[in-house]
Design a protein around this ligand. Structure first.
Ligand code: AMP
Length: 375
């Protein structure tokens, strides 16, 4: 069912925009982010369709339609593209080439430019430098010799990171002295890397922001993150950071989104260096998708990040992301999830479980949002 759009609301150039309820939203990736995007899309009257290669993907349970196929299966991906009205993705390592082949069949939002930028740390840093947002000093490194030259420029301590496929602290090594330096490039598999100055930060934060098809930007208030074993553990709102820092983060987010001609929600991670009295923001990385550190919005903001993303890609106006409550989001990692009843006994605690069959150490099994009155 594809309801018609009142003529005064339809885009004169593209009459299918905004997408009407009943339209089909294709989502690449079957993890919890895909599941929550599918949930938001269903609540808005859309028909979500998940495409993911892993059988038993959590998002399959939440969507009426799913295709359990490889991204490289050209025929299956084309069939999927023809069966939906728009395609989005829930993770940034979606292979680019298959997407290029379906781009002429269906709009892909956020676009491929954002994916290409975020998939390669060097591209990402050069892009951020071009936008003019502050970031740690960096150098490209393609060999042990180039690493020595880069260390010469940046100094110890510094962090060597693979350009591709790094996440949750994987694919990176802190170099404190020449001993670390000698083996680091080989330890990371002799692959293209980036060397970054080590940032003596006192806090890590993330800014979740959205940009609509019409180019409007809406930012959530920036929240404070803590990590455990390099995995996000909590996100706290309010962050306690001064207003000018919050404003600087949302201005940086807007500049990044506009420069990428981005449509959808993005997570931008920052280090806060300096001192609590004189904080200085540095962008760490961008994630062109809904973000774990934005889960607090489900129970603390008028319109959460999942609805906001679906609104944006469907060509709808953005919703109001103002927060109405203080929230602490806590990830349930590994067997934390066994305490579900304990969390459920707290009336101020909203329990979100992902329905993953097998509990493994380091696996995100769910999250809780503990809500209190806005301060
Ligand atoms: P990333 O995969 O780049 O987000 O890095 C994972 C974590 O490693 C970050 O959340 C930081 O805690 C730490 N880290 C990464 N880069 C740096 C850096 N340049 N200086 C200090 N810590 C870093």
């Amino acid at each position: 069912m594809n309801r018609s759009i009142p003529s005064d609301m339809a885009d004169p150039v593209s009459p299918l925009i905004p997408l009407a309820p009943g339209s089909r939203i294709g989502i690449l990736g079957g993890g919890q982010l895909g599941a929550m995007l599918a949930g938001a899309a269903s609540e808005m009257g859309f028909e979500p369709h998940i495409y993911a290669p892993e059988s038993g993907s959590p998002a399959f349970q939440r969507a009426g339609n799913y295709s359990c196929k490889a991204y490289e299966d050209h025929e299956a991906l084309s069939d999927f593209a023809k069966a939906v009205d728009i395609v989005t993705y829930e993770f940034e390592n979606v292979p680019i080439e298959p997407l290029r082949r379906i781009e002429h069949l269906v709009p892909v939002r956020p676009g491929l430019m954002a994916l290409e930028t975020a998939q390669d740390r060097l591209n990402e840093k050069r892009f951020l430098q071009g936008v003019g947002v502050p970031l740690a000093r960096f150098e490209a490194v393609n060999s042990t010799e180039e690493l020595a030259e880069a260390v010469e420029k940046i100094g110890f301590p510094c962090v060597l990171k693979t350009r591709r496929f790094g996440y949750d602290g994987k694919g990176q090594i802190i170099l404190r002295n020449e001993g670390d330096q000698h083996t680091a490039f080989a330890d990371l598999g002799n692959q293209p890397c980036v060397l970054e100055a080590f940032v003596a930060f006192f806090a890590e934060t993330s800014q979740i922001a959205a940009r609509s098809l019409a180019g409007d930007v809406s930012s959530y208030e920036m929240a404070l993150n803590t990590h455990q074993d390099h995995i996000l553990k909590t996100t706290v709102l309010p962050s306690g950071l001064p207003q000018p820092v919050l404003a600087q983060a949302s201005a940086a987010a807007a500049a990044i989104l506009h420069q990428l001609d981005y449509v959808g929600v993005m997570g931008i991670e920052f280090f806060i260096s300096g001192t609590p009295d004189q904080p200085a923001l540095l962008v760490n990385e961008i994630a062109p998708r809904v973000h774990n550190s934005g889960h607090w919005t489900q129970d603390g903001a008028l319109i959460d990040q999942f609805e906001q993303h679906i609104r944006a890609i469907a060509g709808w106006p953005l919703g109001d992301g103002s927060h109405h409550s203080n929230v602490t989001m806590t990830n349930l990692i590994g067997d934390d999830v066994d305490n579900w009843l304990l969390f459920a006994r707290d009336p101020a605690c909203r329990v979100h479980l992902y329905g993953k069959g097998e509990t493994r150490a380091g696996r995100k099994m769910g999250h809780i949002n503990t809500v209190s009155a806005k301060s």
